[in-house]
Design a protein around this ligand. Structure first.
Ligand code: PLP
Length: 408
């Protein structure tokens, strides 16, 4: 019998979103006329902006002509996109990132999940808790996380860094030194961020201990506050210790088109090994390049017109998030995030679990969110709502919540 990778069998089922969907479907079946509003979604809802559609159409047309047809893309990305990112994303921030340090890919989920392949099976990971589940699950698949404690919701070899209201969602430096530190800023699910000063502490710690920071900036476009950096490379010293992941999904609506990039600076050396060269080798072996048409669309996002149009969409989602946050605050809820993020994180009423609040919200006001406990043990007692819906439906959902007194 073929020997399988038994680490996959250790993974608990994909419980969170399927359980939310099941409970919602069961409610709908019982109440067929219920007008359910879904504020649990992490996907965008607005269409692709006109300047990007134009670039897509032009690129499609090029594929119809032998003169301009393109087959396999360069596996690390077309120069036009790598140069645009180097100049228009990093250059404007004052970060010196060379085009060949930028690796174009088909989504940050793949990049965040694949990056762990560069590290030993012995490598120890540290994650913020709660956080995007891909970081831990991809390491579990590679046998790096030990055993799972079902009751506690923890892996024995993972260093969890709690991010709660008590520490203002700023993780403390771990006592046991990890090899890999995953930071997601602005954070999914809490919607909170780190200031320049807070991030500097992490960069210094990683350099001191020769640890690697894996910095997921998927929600960077939502940052509004001056003291929150848009890239980890704004922090001195980051080029020797940090890999940054960026996506076109949440800033330009590419969740269906699929485009992202990862920055691996050439300075990242561990012994004789260069992470830049290793990632180039891995990418070249396992990936045949993001589609030409989509890379042209990504280039269009970075034009002046593209930036203007896509930022209008980001502002639309941000307005929804603020509406949720302000509405809940006025109704007496403790809320977090929503300022530099499409996500609003709230404390569920006293003595209720995240799942009890999910059921209560669905039953009393027909609003669906996501229980915080699904994002990690420290998410227990919290709940996530998102600004990715329509303004009108978001407004209605918040009115229903704030006008109903028996949710607690
Ligand atoms: N990183 C975080 C923190 C996310 O929340 C998501 C998607 O929700 C991703 C990465 C995935 O992005 P992509 O669509 O580029 O795969």
């Amino acid at each position: 019998m073929a020997k399988i990778n038994e680490n996959f069998l250790k993974l608990p089922g994909s419980y969170l979103f399927s359980e939310c969907a099941q409970r919602t479907a069961a409610y709908s079946e019982k109440h067929p006329d219920a007008d359910i509003i879904r504020l649990g979604i992490g996907d965008v809802t607005l269409p692709i902006v006109p300047s990007v559609i134009q670039a897509l159409q032009t690129a499609v047309q090029e594929q119809a002509d032998a003169e301009t047809f393109r087959g396999y893309a360069p596996d690390l990305g077309y120069a036009f996109l790598r140069e645009a990112v180097a100049g228009k994303v990093y250059g404007v921030l004052g970060c010196r990132i060379a085009p060949d340090e930028i690796f174009v890919s088909d989504g940050s989920k793949s990049d965040c999940g694949n990056i762990q392949e560069l590290f030993s099976e012995e490598a120890k990971i540290a994650v913020c808790d709660p956080v995007y589940p891909v970081y831990v699950d991809s390491n579990v698949m590679s046998g790096r996380c030990g055993t799972y404690d079902e009751k506690e919701g923890r892996w024995s070899r993972v260093i969890y860094m709690p991010c709660t209201a008590e520490n203002h969602f700023s993780p403390e430096l771990p006592k046991e030194v990890p090899d890999l530190i995953y930071l997601c800023v602005p954070n999914n699910p809490t919607g909170t961020t780190l200031t320049r000063q807070q991030l500097k502490k992490w960069v210094d710690y990683a350099n001191e201990h020769e640890a690697v920071i894996l910095y997921d900036a998927a929600y960077e476009a939502y940052i509004t506050e001056e003291e929150v950096p848009h890239s980890i490379y704004e922090i001195e010293g980051a080029k020797t210790c940090a890999i940054e992941f960026r996506s076109f999904s949440k800033n330009a609506g590419f969740t269906g088109l699929r485009l992202s990039y990862t920055v691996v600076p050439k300075e990242m050396k561990y012994g004789k090994a260069s992470l830049h060269d290793m990632w180039a080798r891995r990418h070249g072996t396992k990936f045949n390049g993001a589609p030409y048409i989509i890379q042209r669309a990504g280039e269009a996002v970075l034009t002046k017109e593209g930036q203007k149009e896509t930022m209008e969409q980001v502002m639309y989602y941000r307005r929804n998030a603020l509406l949720i946050r302000d509405g809940l605050l006025s109704a007496g809820y403790r809320t977090f995030g929503g300022v530099n993020s499409p996500y609003v994180w709230l404390k569920v009423p006293e003595k209720m679990t995240s799942w009890e609040f999910f059921d209560r919200l669905l039953d009393r006001v027909q609003v669906v969110g996501t229980p915080g406990s699904g994002f990690g043990p420290s998410g227990a007692g919290y709940f996530r709502l998102t600004g990715f819906g329509s303004y009108e439906r978001t407004k209605e959902a918040i009115e229903r919540i704030t006008k109903t007194s028996d949710l607690c």
